[in-house]
Structure formats: C-alpha cells, structure tokens
Design a binder for this molecule. Structure first.
Ligand code: GAL
Length: 700
C-alpha cells in the first residue's frame, strides 16, 4: 500500500479510531481477514451505509447476537435504535436506564455495525401522559389524544419539551462520545399538531409578533371581507382548510416554526453533549407538506427521509423527485433513514416490490445522493400495530426471501462505497419548490384534480430524461450555478424571491415559469398585478385570465400540437420582443387562438411563461426546447428508455449509476471506457437485465 502524506495522516487517524473503537475498521482498511467490508479511509465509517431499524428493547438480550450476526452477514453497517423506547429508557419519572442501550450499541459494534440513536419523543410512556396530561395533544376535532398509539404528545407544550429534553440530554451525556454512535435522529416523522387553547394562544402571539399591529394584520388579510376584522389578538382562530388564506398560511408557518423550536429544544442539548462528528438529523417524509421542511432543516447537519412506495411499484420520477427535494433541503447528500423491505402494512394493497426491485430502488436512492439506505425494519415485532410489515427476518428469527437480495446489496455497497466517497450530485437544471405555493394551491385548487406535486413532476420527468440530473430547491436558493431554472406553480412569491429570480435572469439565467406562477403575495393574498406579479415587466407579458378545464383544450406552436389539461391561462404580450411560443386552439371561445406560452430574451438570459398544463408528449417537446435554449446537455449521454442514469461527481472524477426500470433487458453503450465497479474491470458497454444495476466510475 502506497501512502501519500495526506492519506498517511488519515491512516494514523484511522489507527487511533480503530484502537478506540475496536471495530473491524483497521482490519478492513489494511485488507486483512474479516467479514467487514472496506471502510472509508477518512473516518473508518463506510461512506455508503446499508442499515436497518433495530428494536433491541423488544427482544431478550440473549437473542441480540444472533440478529446482529445475520445483519453482519447481510453487510448491514448501521442500526437505528431507540426512537420508540422511552418506556424502557425511563421506566419511571426521572429514573433512567440506559445500560441496556449501551450494551446493545456495544454488541452491534462487535459486529462491525455503527449506531444512530433516535430520541424517543414520538412515543411518550404511559406514566408520563398520566402524570402530565397537559402534554397530550388535542386533535383537530377537540378530543384529547391518549396513550396506546404514538405521536400523542403536544409539540408546543412546555412541559413535554422539558421532559423530552431531559431524555435527550441523558442520551447525549451517555452516548455523545461513544465511538460507535454516528449520529442522532430527533423524534420520528414530525406530523401531529395540537389544537388546544394554550397552543392557540401561542399562535396568536406568533401572529402578533409577525404583524405588529391589528391594523396591519386586518389590511394584509383583507379581513373587511366577511366581517373577519379582528379587534383583539385573542379573537384569532386556528383554521386549517377553509379559513382566510392569510390565516391558513400563518397557521402553517406557525406549525413549521413550532416544529423547528421543538426540534431545537432537543438538538441544542445533544449538541452540547456530543462530539461534533456525530450528526443530527430527523427523518422527513418526501412530499409530506405538514410543515415547511426548509424551515425545519436549517438547524440540522443532514437531511434524511423515509422512502416508502406503499401500494404498487416504484415510480422512479415521483420518487426520484422526492429524493432531489430532500437533497435540496440542505443542498447536500442525505440519508434514506427508512425504506420498505418488500412491503408495508399501511397501504390499501400492501403488495411486495418485485424480486430485484428493492435492490434497484436502493441504487436509485444512492444515485440521487443518498449515502445510506436503511430498511424498516429488521425483524417482525411479535405484537403491535405493524405485525404485517415487511422485514428481513421473520418473527421466528430466520431470514425471509428478501434477505438474500439485501445481502447482495450489502456486498455491493461495500464495493462501491470507496468509489462514491466524497461524490455528490451536480445539476445544471433546478426546479423551484415552495411549501407556501403548494399549500396555497391545495387550499384553492380551483380544479380538484390540480395536484401541485403532479404538476411539478410533469416538468421534472422530461427534464430529467434530458439533463439526467435535477436539483429541487426553494426559490430563495442561490441560482447562479444553473443554466436553467424552472418554477412550476410558484403561486406565492415574496419580493425577495422575485428579486432572486430577476437577478438570475439579468445575469444570464434562463427562467421558465409554469402555470399559476406569481399570483399570490407573501400573505397568500392576490398580487395587485396580474400573474406573474412582480415578474410581469421582465416577461413583457402577463396572464389575462385563468380557466379551470372540464376537458383538454388543443394547443399548438413551437412545441407541436397537443393539449392543455385541467388548466389554461390566457396570456398576452405587451413588449415587441416577447414572443408567442404556443397558442390555444378552438375551445371555450375565450381561449381560441390566444397565447398559451410566451418567452422573452433578456440579455444572455431569458424568461418564459407556460400557462397550459401540457400533456406528456407536448411537455417533452417543451423540455427539449428549454434545454436547447439554455444549452443543457445530458450528463452521461443517450440511454434506452426506462434506464435511469444517476451521475455523482467528486474531486477525483465521476460515478454513474445505471438502473434498468424498463420491462426488458437493455444494453447501454458507454460514452467512454469506464470501470465497472460491481463486476470489476474496464468496460465500454453494459447489459442490464430488468432491475439490473451498473455502477461505472471514471475516478481511477
Ligand atoms: C414510518 C415510521 C416507522 C414505521 C414505518 C412503517 O412512517 O417512521 O416507525 O411505522 O412507517 O412503514
């Protein structure tokens, strides 16, 4: 082994770590015997982790080793533990018992398995909710939640926060320097809010802080409408569906800020007691919009999410976009903290993913920037609400058929990890996503079929097929690195966001606004200019009127002939240099012959507005036009339809992951010879069976 000065110091570091940890880290790095796979030279921790949720508290300790042995054989290098074990960690008020957890972490370590600790606040114990009933949440219908399920706590309640913080503090004091512990997951899938009077009072205080005076609030929410005028802050209600749009949006923002402070309450105490190398995350939920994930992410070290297909098979576009969304929260790699080993138990039909699909999905995750894929869960609980859920090991403690597929993955992750170390996803195209806009559209869809996520994916799919890599970021993110920025449904737009977009175009960027953009202001009120509001002047055109459609309307022009579905905005141009790209055909009279998409060049940049919800074929042509106009090229090159390509880049070169999601075997000719990381050797082409995977590297 030849060591440069830099890698020598890493090697010394690993030596120290191995001495500390006693893990097979060093053994693996020096290539000596042992079943543990190679490790990342920087820290000893594999750069690509296969993991599983493990609940040692549910099993006799005498069984742990057998489970860990099976995990080790499958190449599992990480377990997430503890996130529902409060009653075991603190059996009585103030009496903590963490010895069992310490033994579980050590046992996992002996099998080459690192640990992520979940703080257990998503499932408070019965003694707690009995002794402090004020910590129970009040549901929207006014009923108090109770013990026996989970998430029964009130996230805004100070007593609950105090108790959860003490629990997190105990954990952090005990394990904050434990070398086996990689990091922390706070709570589990934030989602349940409380509608009690004390929370309402907090909301009223929040509104007061934001708006300052009632006059300001009344004006910005246009409360003269329906006599909604407030003369006292304590009159402000909680509304979640049919309230004043300003009130609805304020509640969501309050909910988001309250989850952030709920999280920070535990995060601060962990940070104060833990090594900086231990990350802090929480497991989010893809397209779930219960809170603004940009708000909540900002205090975390890493984003992670729970990626479940539920019923049916993996849709690589919708799911891939959810990965890109999660990657966009902190604009760096993320973890899949939970994913389904075959099937779930909560869908309408809990079908299993097909043979090979679980492995294909894991590589799809990694391709989108995941550095860990962790299955929920290891072994069937003997009782409890999730007896039927997919696992790797059955209630009897022996592997289920899927185990072998996951073990294959474990071996592959070990091979590919070092090649993927330090790589991330770099895109020339960004899609803008905003919770404010999604909420605003969902509260007033105007056409019940109008789903803002489906709208976003309708742009994402053809753009991804061409560019082979997309970032999804919020409208205030830095945009200069992108050749093309597409904002489908940027319904609510703040002045700062508008400025960000205007600057981007003026500096040579190409901006495409999708239907319903620029309609609302920061209070979810109507902009006083027609759409796209603050971008009208830049566009040199505007939306004259919007129409919800009962049936598709013909459109034709630069992108051929097709239809607009669900929605059509009648556009106009006011500047001579704003060009019409598409026009509506004969339909409701109003739209006949009118512009459906317009564009204007601005220096080296451009701004385009698409008012139609284009059918798939037209959207493909529109995407082709957008990428050509902005000089976006495929990151890899041509691949057969149904083969997904995922580029990741690092200082040492590029890695391409290819997954065949089509219904037949496919051959792919590579743009140049590359290393076949999984099979070994250099190659100029790969053949991929259905669900086949190739990992190709230019890094060495
Ligand atoms: C997740 C949750 C897990 C488990 C899983 C089952 O939402 O975080 O605890 O319930 O669903 O699919």
């Amino acid at each position: 082994m030849k060591l440069s000065a830099k890698s020598f110091s890493r090697f010394v570091f690993t030596l120290c770590l191995a001495a500390l940890v006693g893990l097979p880290a060093l053994r693996a790095q020096t290539g000596q015997a042992g079943s543990a796979p190679p490790v990342d030279p920087v820290t000893g921790v594999p750069s690509l982790l296969l993991g599983t949720a493990w609940y040692p508290e549910q099993w006799p300790e005498s069984r742990w080793d057998a489970d860990l042995e099976l995990m080790q054989k499958a190449g599992v290098r990480m377990v997430r533990v503890g996130e529902f074990a409060w009653s075991r960690m603190e059996p009585q008020d103030g009496q903590y018992d963490l010895d069992w957890l310490s033994r579980a972490i050590a046992a996992a370590g002996r099998h080459g398995i690192y640990t992520v600790i979940g703080t257990p606040s998503a499932a408070p114990p019965a003694w707690l909710t009995q002794k402090y009933p004020e910590t129970l949440r009040t549901k929207e219908d006014g009923r108090k939640d109770e013990h026996g399920n989970r998430q029964q706590f009130n996230w805004a309640n100070p007593k609950y926060r105090e108790l959860a913080r003490s629990m997190a503090e105990q954990l952090a004091q005990r394990f904050g320097h434990n070398p086996y512990v990689l990091g922390w997951q706070i709570d589990n899938e934030y989602s349940a809010n409380s509608y009690d009077d004390a929370t309402k009072k907090q909301f009223q205080d929040w509104v007061r802080k934001r708006y300052g005076t009632l006059d300001n609030l009344n004006e910005r929410w246009t409360t003269a409408y329906w006599s909604e005028t407030y003369s006292n802050w304590n009159q402000i209600p909680i509304e979640t569906k049919y309230g004043n749009p300003g009130l609805l949006l304020s509640w969501k923002r309050f909910v988001s800020d309250t989850w952030r402070s709920y999280q920070k309450n535990q995060l601060d105490v962990i940070r104060a007691n833990a090594d900086p190398r231990q990350f802090i995350t929480t497991n989010m939920m893809g397209w779930f919009d219960g809170y603004d994930h940009y708000t909540v992410s900002q205090d975390l070290d890493m984003a992670s999410w729970d990626d479940y297909v539920g019923e049916g098979q993996l849709d690589p576009y919708r799911n891939g976009a959810a990965h890109d969304l999660t990657r966009g929260f902190l604009r760096r790699n993320f973890w899949v903290m939970e994913t389904q080993p075959g099937s779930v138990n909560w869908a309408k039909i809990n079908n299993s993913l097909n043979k090979g699909e679980v492995r294909a999905m894991a590589w799809h995750d990694v391709g989108h920037g995941a550095d860990a894929v962790s299955y929920w869960q290891w072994r069937s609980d003997l009782n409890g609400q999730e007896e039927y859920h997919g696992t790797m090991v059955g209630a009897d403690g022996t592997p289920v058929p899927l185990y072998a597929e996951v073990a294959e993955l474990g071996a592959e992750f070990a091979k590919a990890g070092p090649v993927l170390a330090g790589t991330s996803v770099k895109s020339d195209v960004a899609i803008l996503h905003s919770y404010d806009s999604r909420w605003a559209i969902n509260w007033q869809r105007h056409n019940s079929e109008y789903d803002p996520v489906t709208e976003l994916v309708s742009y994402y799919k053809p753009l991804r097929n061409i560019a082979q890599s997309i970032d999804i970021v919020n409208p205030s993110a830095p945009l200069n690195q992108y050749k093309l920025v597409v904002a489908p449904g940027l319904n609510v737009i703040s002045d700062a966001e508008a400025k960000n977009l205007i600057d981007y175009v003026n500096q040579g960027g190409n901006l495409v606004l999708g239907q319903r953009s620029g309609m609302k202001n920061i209070d979810n009120g109507l902009q006083t200019e027609r759409q796209p509001g603050p971008l009208v002047d830049l566009l040199g055109g505007r939306v004259e009127q919007y129409y919800a459609l009962t049936s598709p309307v013909p459109v034709s022009g630069a992108w051929g002939a097709g239809t607009s579905q669900l929605w059509a905005e009648l556009l106009s141009t006011k500047d001579a240099d704003t060009k019409v790209l598409m026009r509506y055909g004969k339909s409701n009279g109003w739209l006949d012959g009118q512009p459906a998409a317009i564009t204007r060049k601005v220096g080296k940049g451009s701004i385009t507005y698409i008012g139609a919800w284009l059918d798939e074929a037209s959207m493909e042509k529109a995407a082709r036009w957008m990428t050509e106009a902005s000089d976006v090229k495929p990151k890899f090159g041509a691949v057969p339809a149904g083969v997904d390509v995922y580029p990741r880049e690092g200082a040492h070169g590029k890695v391409y992951i290819l997954v065949n999601f089509s219904k037949s075997a496919q051959n792919v000719t590579l743009p140049s010879a590359m290393e076949d990381v999984l099979k070994g050797g250099s190659t100029k082409s790969v053949s991929l069976p259905v669900y086949g995977v190739a990992v190709l590297s230019t890094t060495r």
